[in-house]
Design a protein around this ligand. Sequence first.
Ligand SMILES: [Zn+2]
Length: 299
Amino acid sequence: MYTNAHTHLELSALAELCPTGQEFGAWLQTMLARRMQLDNATLERGIHSAIEQLHHNQTTTVGDISATRLSIEPLLNSGLAGVVYLEVLGFDPDVASQRFSAAQREIDTLRQRETAMKIGLSIHAPYSCAPSLFEAAARWCQDEALPLAIHIAESPAEVAFLQQGIGALRELNRRITPHIEWQAPQCSPIAYLEQLGVLEAQPVLVHAVQVDADDLALIAKYDCAVVHCPRSNHNLLCGRMPLEQMLAHGIRVGLGTDSLTSAQSLDMRDEISFAQQLHAYKVEPVQIEQLAMQAAILN
Ligand SMILES: [Zn+2]
């Protein structure tokens, strides 16, 4: 009955990293380094255990991000509905282009085997993906009617990266791709997606915490759905999403736990009760419970 609209089941084996209380950029570095240390068999055990937890917790629909591709087969065979998004990232435009072409081939093949679990594409985030990757992916997803998910407007560090070209995520990005110049577009994360033509593909916008009135108007104008992950945002010091303003704009909002590296469980009932406390006196508790059943936002 519940829809967990944002997970990374492949990170379930790294659950001991949570809760961290670390700032987002520091957490991301720790998480990526730790993931590299684990072999595929360990990650796969985590995925199977996570799928069991979802069944046990009355979750019937899931939106999962797959960077390693390890969650795809288990999800196609899980009996769960939803979308598994193949993640692509790359700040070097040439590297990104090659990875995108490879992902397109994988997706074309996998789409022939869809069950109640559909296949989608995820372009990771502005600080890890070249602008040209966002543009190409949005065009393709629009042409192919392929579900697209993007992590966007998550942390204050992401805002600093786009507004001023500084901060922890700029430092991380500079270390990984020191040869790539970055001219900050000096705009908000949501405005950045609009400038690149990405909102026209109506991506599912994951997080959308760092949003102002103009951003909310843009999300509403393009009728993009948003996934709210309040425990993850809280644990990574990302702030509170203005849920009441989202709903006042008529924006479609779903609820997700995010991965076990930033949330304490994959149980939507835990996410609902945290969200009810977080948005107390701003959003009715029953309305928050309904957000956890919004399977349609993944279409
Ligand atoms: Zn995520």
